[in-house]
Ligand binder design. Structure first.
Ligand code: SF4
Ligand code: SF4
Length: 241
């Protein structure tokens, strides 16, 4: 995002709406720090500027800057998935798609959040650690995969290092007996991450709406606490055969 200095009146109304504090005063006008801005669009969307001085960065859809927008603006449709958001729809629709079967778990590693964001260098630390530990079951449709230069090392494309986004998600789908090993690997590498992260484990429930004991044992034995979180199917979706 940019601010047109010619018409900005320096009222500061836009500053509180930037989740990453990228807008600052310079000579009584507001300026956007282009390194810190991750193109979430919030300052423009709230329509607080009394003079219309906030404008989209001219190259916002040019690669690699476009990735900031795709991974940070909830209204932006990702060029690769054709959907809005940073991941695929699969983890949210599993009760209809049956994509993650009874012997499997899905794993989402969500790095970064509004107000802190994340540097893609950090996510490379995770992909490298996963590959080094022999974990390569990446969800093929996740837009994040397009950032990987070399699947045999987990290295990202060099031009992406230094880019910032609000958050990104690494998605895996594995057999349940791999869960423990993966959780241990993730736990080790996240100590090196300079952002917040959230770890999701997706599983089908057993009769009585119980989380499978094998899944719980793996989570707890690796020292993670957990809380249930469900996407409720209101009956409009039906399980695919
Ligand atoms: S687009 Fe988002 S990150 Fe960039 S200046 Fe506006 S609110 Fe801040
Ligand atoms: S709201 Fe508009 S006029 Fe006020 S500081 Fe921000 S860009 Fe400038």
């Amino acid at each position: 995002m940019i601010i047109n200095r010619e018409i900005c009146v320096g009222c500061g109304c836009c500053h509180p709406y930037c989740p990453t504090h990228a807008i600052y005063f310079e000579d009584l006008k507001s300026v956007v720090d282009q390194d810190a801005c991750y193109e979430c669009g919030c300052c423009l969307r709230v329509e607080v500027c009394p003079v219309g001085a906030i404008e989209e960065y001219p190259d916002v859809y040019e690669y690699p800057r476009a990735l900031r927008k795709y991974f940070s603006d909830p209204n932006a449709t990702h060029a690769l998935t054709g959907i809005q958001g940073r991941g695929t729809e699969e983890s949210k629709t599993n009760d209809a798609t049956n994509r993650c079967g009874p012997e499997e778990v899905g794993i989402l590693i969500e790095v970064g959040r509004p107000s802190i964001g994340m540097d893609l260098m950090d996510i490379q630390k995770i992909t490298r650690a996963l590959v080094k530990a022999g974990i390569q079951e990446m969800e093929p449709h996740n837009p994040f995969n397009s950032m990987i230069q070399d699947p045999s090392t987990g290295d990202l494309k060099p031009e992406l290092i230094g880019e910032r986004v609000l958050s990104a998600i690494i998605e895996l789908q594995v057999k349940r007996d791999r869960l423990r090993h993966i959780l241990r690997t993730i736990k080790k590498v996240t100590r090196k991450i300079d952002s917040v992260f959230c770890l999701d484990v997706i599983t089908q429930l057993e009769p009585g709406l119980k989380v499978p004991q094998e899944v719980l044992d793996a989570i707890e034995s690796e020292g993670f606490s957990w809380r249930p979180n469900a996407k409720i199917n209101m009956g409009l979706g039906r399980a695919w055969e």
